[in-house]
Design a protein around this ligand. Sequence first.
Ligand code: FES
Ligand SMILES: [Fe+2]
Length: 419
Amino acid sequence: MMTKEENDELTQVGPGTPMGDVLRHYWYPVCFTRELDEFPVMQTRLLGENWAVFKTGDGGYGIVDERCPHRGASLVYGIVEDDGLRCGYHGWKFDTAGECVEILAEPDSSPKFRAGCSVRSGEAQALGGLVWAYVGDGPAPELPRYEAYVMEGIRDVGHATIPCNWLQIMENSVDPYHVEALHGNYFEFIAEQQGTPMPESFGGNKHEKVAFDPFEHGIIKRRLLVGQDEESDDWKIGHPLVFPYCMWVGGNGVFQMQIRVPVDDTHTRVMFYTVHAPEGIPTPEGDRCIDYEFEWIDENGKYIVDYIEGQDIMAWVTQGLVADRVNEKITKSDVGVIACRRMFKEAIEAVRNGQDPIAVVREPHDSIKLPLERSKFGRGAQFATDWVNDGSMRYSPIADELKQLHLDAAAARDDLAPS
Ligand code: FES
Ligand SMILES: [Fe+2]
């Protein structure tokens, strides 16, 4: 339980708020590289502010405040040139650093004259089919090259913007007991009602114990299921909440970074960034990255709860636009949620003291590997195909291809063949 002020401090993401200051220490995906290849400038909303993100003719990426500093027209309707973005209204031109480099109607304008005319800017770069932005103050940290974004495989990215604060989604990442309730018992109930089969991998996972270990990128979540021994991957390795807005999950040739971009206090852009790279068959080559919007609400406004992530979204969104943490009853089983809140509070303290919060990466690097079970719930290839069948990936335009990929790999490995 906490006070309203404490809840506000933990959840508000706008400029000048304590958590907003923390969150402005990280890079965020703001669009797909595909989108800027199709049209070179678009709007993106991040941390309660609107931005124009663009790709110049020279191939550089930029992100600037959407509002032109001249008289406020939208730079999303600007002209993209080889080395910058020109406002559509009166033609002020800005480079990727936001400097005003030309004022059309003031051809003799000196650099001194233009100096006060720059637009607020961040930094942008491409990685793994996504365009990433840093909009904080001070020198940008390194963009963390987590394994998901650099590994080879087919990239399949389902996304949707959902109406709730990002923190309740992160709390869900350290709440293992919901797996046996929401994705087990509730899924079974819905499957019975609909007369459809329950995915094998998600049923009957009774937790014996759970553990949460802070580490340099967030919190490692471990579980021991009834019937498992302590040598199992679920207990020995686990998988992490990646501070402050991701979770790394998967196993058996399907790897997923669950990304939750705080759009503003009451909206979160959810991305299931999945890389399919099953062992046993040649790695699919190239940077292929498929993106699509998955469905989570039906034409009657009801949540679609007959798949894994749809169940999660129902739980996240029905907690309210911003979960009411003043009126909640935290129990011992919420120990992960408590650890998560503690980590966010420590991050606020660190930033107040002028330090980087946890998981800000300053060292250049090739890639960052995160802990991950190889065999999820000990269920072999069954897990991957269940996940494509009964997760948001069922909305993927290449779902059939993905299923076949895992079936072929299982056959090549003589693995537990999915039924
Ligand atoms: S409003 Fe942008 S140049 Fe005038
Ligand atoms: Fe879940």
